[in-house]
Write a protein that binds this ligand. Structure first.
Ligand code: ADP
Length: 225
């Protein structure tokens, strides 16, 4: 299932691109485990900052509750900081970043300035808008590590409890109907154009995100070969 590390997969940089609810968080976590890569999820990092009550967390909170993007300057700084911690030794999987043209340009520039390798592959997980709306409404997330569940598609073994770490499941405040709709609108306006940005760079692969979690995972690994 996993790409062989002997083929150089120990130092890859992958972006998972997709709408809120496309399953990129689920797939990124599985792929990171498989490749022993660092999973860098911008939304999770912001939620951690909030839980710790940092200045960045406080700033991000309002934007997240409205379903808007957190300003580019602080977001780019946070992600590049995490990537440089992983430098050299590890592959990394970016999940939720970049989310607009300015962030993509900042990432391209930072990698070029570092003189090392750029992004190896961008995988776009394609899901219809109708399915996204359904998924976001039924999503539950674990408090301890943000493991995602869905009432219908991926229910936990014990209701309300995370299978992996036993922590409580909760509904994210930005998964309510109004905010979820705004997040999808922001995605279609600002993030979806990145599909063409990376297609033009010749590093884009598309997988059908409406198959089962296992099948999407297999397609994702196949897209990396
Ligand atoms: P999802 O998994 O549904 O796509 P995330 O957890 O990735 O949601 O993101 C939740 C929120 O965090 C976003 O709606 C946005 O407010 C903020 N956020 C996450 N990533 C970024 C980013 N790259 N740029 C700006 N804001 C971001």
């Amino acid at each position: 299932m996993c790409p062989a590390t002997s083929r150089g997969w120990d130092t890859v940089r992958i972006i998972l691109l997709g709408a809120p609810g496309s399953g990129k968080g689920t797939q990124a976590a599985k792929l990171a485990e498989c490749l022993r890569a660092k999973h860098i999820a911008s939304g999770d990092l912001f939620r951690e900052e909030q839980a710790q009550g940092t200045e960045l967390g406080l700033l991000a909170k309002g934007y997240m509750e409205r379903g808007e993007l957190v300003p580019n300057d602080v977001t780019v700084k946070m992600i590049l900081g995490r990537m440089s911690q992983a430098k050299g030794a590890l592959s990394c999987i970016l999940d939720g970043f970049p989310r607009n043209q300015e962030q993509a340009a900042a990432l391209d520039q930072a990698l070029a300035d570092a003189g090392g390798p750029g992004i190896d592959r961008v995988i776009y997980i394609e899901v219809s808008e109708e399915e996204l709306v359904k998924r976001l409404g039924g999503r539950w997330t674990c408090r301890a590590h943000q493991h995602p569940y869905h009432v219908v598609n991926a229910p936990p073994k014990t209701p309300g409890i995370c299978d992996i770490d036993g922590s409580e499941l909760y509904q994210r405040p930005d998964d309510n109907e109004e905010t979820a709709r705004r997040r999808l609108q922001v995605y279609f306006d600002q993030t979806a154009p990145l599909v063409e940005h990376y297609r033009a760079q010749g590093i884009l692969a598309t997988v059908d995100g409406e198959r089962t979690i296992t099948d999407v995972g297999k397609d994702l690994v196949a897209a990396l070969q």
